[in-house]
Design a protein. Structure first.
Length: 250
């Protein structure tokens, strides 16, 4: 699990760039719409997927009226495209495993375009199940270690709230939870008045693959190309990037 604070830095930088270009609101709207529909409720108190999607939207200053429209579309109160969530799996340079979470109204078009992106960037789109066994679905929260004044009490409180594991990496505490306990742990951190740097339901690699600088550059290029696609919400990889390589290519 270690190393997600590095990934957060890469993803956060990319998302900020997308926000400046105005590319991120469409993806956030899709995420909110799907969360409202699949969670069966427009109330974030009763729908942790929706609560998480709304919080991420607010992080990028998405207007509240956009958020409310996306929720209404998810509940069928407004007309709109009928999106479905699809996971694509494949391989990147250096033997890395890559999972792609997409939301689309046309799965055939999206599959063809994703296959093309993999091919153009030294990867291969695989069959369903080819790499998913290398990942596990977990809640992941990142907390700045410097913001924690009493580490022993912090760990006891968070574990009691439902955390499965807490690790330290690059000055951050990485808290892993079962998805069903994610909101409980998040609420506990809020109660403890500990600032959360990142909070998401994600796919965490069970093992990672360390690659050369050249392959790291190629993998990041592939991931960025996938992430630029309007239908793609998230990209997950089991690449292990050393601090030295991250400074050079990150």
């Amino acid at each position: 699990m270690s190393g997600h604070s590095k990934w957060h830095s890469i993803k956060h930088k990319k998302a900020k760039e997308d926000a400046k270009k105005g590319n991120i609101f469409g993806k956030l709207s899709k995420s909110i719409t799907i969360a409202a529909r699949e969670g069966g409720s427009g109330d974030p108190e009763n729908n942790f997927m929706l609560a998480n999607a709304i919080e991420k939207a607010k992080e990028y200053n998405m207007p509240m009226e956009n958020i409310e429209r996306a929720i209404k579309r998810g509940l069928g109160e407004l007309e709109g495209e009928k999106y479905e969530t699809i996971m694509y799996e494949g391989y990147g340079p250096g033997g890395t495993a890559i999972m792609v979470e997409a939301m689309t109204e046309n799965r055939n078009r999206t599959a063809a375009e994703i296959r093309n992106i993999f091919s153009k960037n030294g990867g291969n789109l695989g069959e369903t199940g080819c790499v998913s066994w290398l990942f596990e679905r977990k809640g992941l929260l990142l907390v700045d270690k410097e913001k924690v004044t009493d580490e022993e009490n912090f760990m006891l409180e968070v574990i009691d709230a439902g955390a499965e594991d807490i690790e330290e990496d690059s000055g951050m505490f990485e808290i892993k939870t079962n998805p069903s306990e994610f909101m409980n742990v998040k609420r506990k951190l809020d109660q403890l008045k500990i600032e959360i740097k990142s909070a998401e339901i994600t796919y965490i690699p069970k093992t990672t693959v360390e690659v050369s600088k050249k392959d790291a550059e190629r993998v990041l290029k592939l991931i960025n190309a996938l992430d630029d696609h309007d239908d793609i919400q998230n990209v997950y990889s089991n690449i292990e990037i050393t601090e030295e390589i991250l400074q050079e290519v990150g």
